[in-house]
Design a protein around this ligand. Structure first.
Ligand code: DOR
Ligand code: ZN
Length: 345
């Protein structure tokens, strides 16, 4: 039995680091585990200009502990008014690595998102021409569509047409949650990849209702039926280069989660690698973990692989009930539970 695993230093291809005091509290968790991270732009106001992206990057860098090398990769938030020229300038200047498409009102901080992909087609054509990846929150926002079907319907109504129209555009289908998304990604060309979160590998929708309402198991896209979780575990551990690590760690104060209208988002940054590797271990696929965590992402983005390594060992880790993020109490994923792997360093 493999009891220790040393892999090339991994990256997180989808994370929310927030801003201000909470940011200073959560950045060290991500920086301790990952060489780089794709940082989501859904701040208030969102990061839409090159200057805002550069300033946010500086604030994140100032929160990274001195002893750690960590590179935040910034993203532009697409709105109906996004212009290809501004995105291209950010990409050329090395500020923006990618741009994020939130359908308007799909999730937290998406009120300024895109109301119709047709409105940003010129910008997307420009991105395709310069090789700038598009990152997609893939859910329709139509309230007549059942919340558990919104990802599958997005594929039908929006994503398949977009991929057909712009096959040269690199697209990351973010935080996929369904067998439908796996089938779509598998059936698409090499320009379509996907991130998978630890929570969608561990929990199905029952976790939100286990003995009562469980706000800390609620994120968007919401966890689906067991058959979908199993399809995601197969995809992540398959060895396919199309799938890579993206935690979607989304910290919210405990009080904002435990509320009559609790926020969507699961804070998984403190034990992200431990959480993922447990899944690969359970699936008998530890040999596939390095590709998923450290190789497929940078290859998709056209970036160099990290130097250096991290080591995980089989050991029981008790996850605390809450974590203090610079004065804000946040309940982490796996709170008050045990994981069977530990990050050694
Ligand atoms: O659960 C989520 N939380 N899903 C998202 O898409 C956004 C995120 C957040 O920013 O809190
Ligand atoms: Zn996200």
């Amino acid at each position: 039995m493999t009891d220790t695993l040393t892999i090339r230093r991994p990256d997180d291809w989808h994370v929310h680091l927030r801003d201000g005091d909470i940011m200073r509290g959560v950045v060290p968790y991500t920086a301790r585990q990952f060489g780089r991270a794709i940082v989501m732009p859904n701040l208030s106001p969102p990061v839409t200009s090159v200057e805002a992206g550069a300033a946010y990057r500086d604030r994140i860098l100032a929160a990274v502990p001195d002893s750690i090398d960590f590179v935040p990769l910034m993203t532009a938030y697409l709105t109906d008014a996004s212009k290809g020229d501004e995105l291209a300038r950010g990409f050329r200047e090395g500020v923006f690595t990618a741009a994020k498409l939130y359908p308007a009102h799909a999730t937290t901080g998406s009120a300024h998102g895109v109301t119709d992909v047709a409105n940003i087609m010129p910008a997307l054509e420009h991105m395709a021409a310069i090789g700038m990846p598009l990152l997609i929150h893939g859910e329709v926002t139509d309230h007549d569509v059942d919340i558990f079907d919104r990802e599958a319907v997005f594929i039908e109504r929006t994503l398949s047409g977009l991929v057909r129209e712009l096959p040269e555009l690199k697209i990351v289908f973010e935080h996929i949650t369904t067998a439908d998304a796996v089938a779509f990604v598998d059936g698409s060309g090499p320009n379509v990849g996907a991130t998978i979160t630890p929570q969608h590998l561990h929990i199905n929708r029952n976790a939100m209702f286990a003995g009562g309402i469980r706000p800390h198991a609620y994120c968007l896209p919401v966890a689906k039926r067991e058959k979908h979780r199993l399809a995601l575990r197969d995809a992540a551990t398959s060895g396919s280069a199309k799938y890579f690590l993206g935690t979607d760690s989304a910290p919210h104060a405990t009080s904002a989660k435990e509320s009559a209208c609790g926020c969507a988002g699961i804070f998984n940054a403190p034990y992200a690698l431990e959480s993922y590797v447990t899944v690969f271990d359970e699936e008998g696929a530890l040999d596939k973990f390095e590709a998923f965590a450290s190789e497929n992402g940078p290859r998709f983005y056209g970036l160099p692989l990290n130097e250096g390594t991290v080591t995980l060992e089989r050991a029981v880790v008790s996850v605390p009930k809450t974590i203090d993020a610079n004065g804000t109490s946040i309940v982490p994923f796996h709170a008050a539970d045990e994981i069977s792997w530990r990050l050694v360093g």
